[in-house]
Write a protein that binds this ligand. Structure first.
Ligand code: HEC
Length: 391
């Protein structure tokens, strides 16, 4: 009896440091941590297996991506009324693979018909950075950026013989390249009793994502499309970066420290002051909230930025615009009609819509000025607080 107690006590003491570490990571990155569960044996790919049913889910909120508009009136009208969506995520791993299961309610069950336009299937994608973000800078949430490529795993409900499953490398919206170098086993099934989809992604712990997936803490983000609402391409719901935590591994404290801004403790600032500062400093280029005097496309639309960007990212964007340079959208839709036509008869691009310039070795430099010397730290906090509320 006594020895049993001692063993129990000893075992719980051994567990204590990892429990404390988990609590600390969760507190520092509040609301953005998905704890992965380790397994000694093979992980079932059946989503109704008791091992999955007994795994604790993490709720993730996905927000409509408002910075990208398709040239489809119906889709854009639906986007204006799109609401956030909550998905459940479960993660398990063993020595050879990491499995992510995502469940989300979708009563409107939509499957694209092969060779038929204007039918849109429900879809899901996972995004993971290709390189471990050692310096604490995570890629742009819109499928990466020139300096931070991402891996994408996509599944779509399509009526055809083989399931629609694809893997891509991307450096921002419109830069997707299909690749066979990211192998994964995927399934996507409609669960009638649940009233929604359950998708599974089994990723090997080897290959291109080896370093990322074997780290103690690494970023992951999610995208969902509702086919019934004509969602496709950039018209979708996305989550901000979340972090998969593997308790038995070392955690990169630099990453945690940098990203804990605004998550560990609320930002001390004044939203009203932030709004005023944004109105006077930013709306010449950005559309945001009620401030829509600037034409769409001069700079990224910030109206939904609070739901999809981490506070640390917002701060970084304002202080160091060059750290992450968002891929220019639709520059070729904007011409300078007064300009001189080129050999093909095309007018030059309107440079007001250009977001960056190329420097030495092709490195991109943002056309947004840094506000480091313009805003005080308190003002910067207030601006981030205001941006955070734009969901
Ligand atoms: C001269 C035009 C201009 C001004 C003024 C400007 N920006 Fe920007 N901003 C841009 C451009 C262009 C980009 C896209 C390129 C990049 O990533 O830096 C951008 C990117 C951003 C991003 C990243 C958006 C995303 O989708 O990830 C944020 C956040 C941002 N700006 C906030 C601000 C805030 C806050 C202010 C005012 C304090 C401001 N900007 C002022 C032009 C501007």
């Amino acid at each position: 009896m006594h020895t049993k107690m001692t063993i129990l006590l000893f075992a719980s003491l051994l567990l204590l440091p990892s429990l404390l570490a988990a609590a600390s990571v969760k507190a520092q990155l509040r609301g953005h941590v998905i704890v992965a569960n380790s397994s000694d044996s093979a992980i079932s790919v059946l989503t109704r297996d008791t091992s999955w049913v007994n795994t604790t889910p993490t709720a993730i909120t996905l927000y409509p991506q408002r910075s990208i508009r398709l040239s489809d009136r119906q889709a854009n009208a639906a986007l204006d009324h799109a609401k956030p969506l909550v998905a459940e995520v479960k993660v398990r791993y063993n020595s050879s693979e990491l499995v992510v299961m995502v469940s989300w309610k979708d009563r409107s069950y939509s499957i694209a018909l092969e060779h038929r336009v204007a039918t849109f299937g429900d879809q899901i994608a996972l995004s993971l950075p290709l390189n471990y973000p050692k310096n604490g800078v995570v890629p742009h949430i819109g499928m990466g950026d020139s300096k931070h490529p991402v891996a994408l795993y996509l599944q779509k409900a399509v009526k055809q013989k083989n399931p629609f499953q694809q893997t891509y490398l991307a450096r921002g919206f419109g830069s997707l390249t299909q690749t066979k170098k990211l192998s994964a086993y995927m399934t996507m099934n409609y669960d009638k009793s649940f009233g929604g989809w359950r998708a599974l992604f089994k990723l090997p712990l080897t290959g291109k994502l080896k370093t990322v997936l074997n780290s103690g803490l690494f970023p992951i983000s999610f995208a969902l499309w509702n086919g019934k609402q004509h969602e496709r391409g950039g018209n979708k719901r996305i989550s901000s970066w979340h972090f998969i935590y593997r308790p038995e591994r070392e955690v990169n404290q630099r990453l945690v420290k940098k990203l804990s801004y605004g998550l560990a403790t609320p930002i001390l600032g004044d939203v009203k002051e932030g709004e005023k500062l944004v109105k006077t400093n930013c709306t010449f280029c950005h559309r945001i909230g009620p401030y829509l005097s600037t034409p769409e496309g001069v700079a990224p639309n910030l109206s939904g930025i609070g739901g999809v960007a981490l506070p640390a990212y917002l701060k970084e964007s304002i202080v160091t615009p060059d750290a992450i340079v968002v891929r220019n959208l639709h520059l070729n839709r904007h011409y300078q009609k007064g300009g001189e036509r080129d050999a093909h008869g095309a007018y030059p691009h309107n440079m007001r819509y250009k977001w960056y310039r190329k420097g030495k070795k092709g490195v991109l430099h943002s056309n947004m000025p840094s506000y480091q010397a313009i805003l005080t730290p308190e003002q910067l906090n207030s601006v981030v607080l205001y941006l955070q509320q734009q969901k």
